[in-house]
Design a protein around this ligand. Structure first.
Ligand SMILES: [Zn+2]
Length: 134
């Protein structure tokens, strides 16, 4: 019996026969589909990782001494992308953004206080102490 709705492989366009939930004509096209979607994911992961690494390099360069308050314009000029961070915390008085082992928080109009966290604080299981470093 002819299918009422004609279905086609979403990779090669071949007419699909058999089960109604089939999306591909066969294993070959299914593999192509999975490889494509994996490489899309990897592309996005690489893109975001690249932005975060660049942000970290900028913070490291701007804060050689481990702590500094800088103008936003300095961060923007260096190419810092405020849309990406690795962690975010907020309490009643402050917001904190993390970029790996750096934390930056608003410090008055147009200013950011940047602190490099030390390894000991970062790896404490219940890192209550990390606020003290900021
Ligand atoms: Zn196909």
């Amino acid at each position: 019996m002819e299918d009422h709705f004609k279905r086609f492989c979403s990779i090669c366009g071949t007419r699909i026969t058999g089960r109604v939930d089939k999306r591909f004509c066969g294993d070959g096209c299914r593999t192509v589909h999975h490889n494509r979607s994996n490489s899309e994911t990897n592309r996005h992961v690489r893109l975001v990782n690249g932005i975060l690494r660049r942000n970290r390099r900028i913070l490291e360069k701007l804060v050689p001494g481990g702590m500094r308050t800088v103008q936003s314009t300095l961060l923007f000029a260096a190419g810092f992308d405020f849309a990406y961070h690795t962690r975010y915390e907020q309490d009643a008085r402050q917001s904190r953004f993390y970029c790996y082992d750096f934390v930056y928080e608003p410090a008055g109009t147009g200013k950011w206080k940047i602190v490099k966290l030390d390894e000991a604080i970062l790896h404490e299981p219940n890192s209550e102490g990390r606020g003290a470093a900021v």
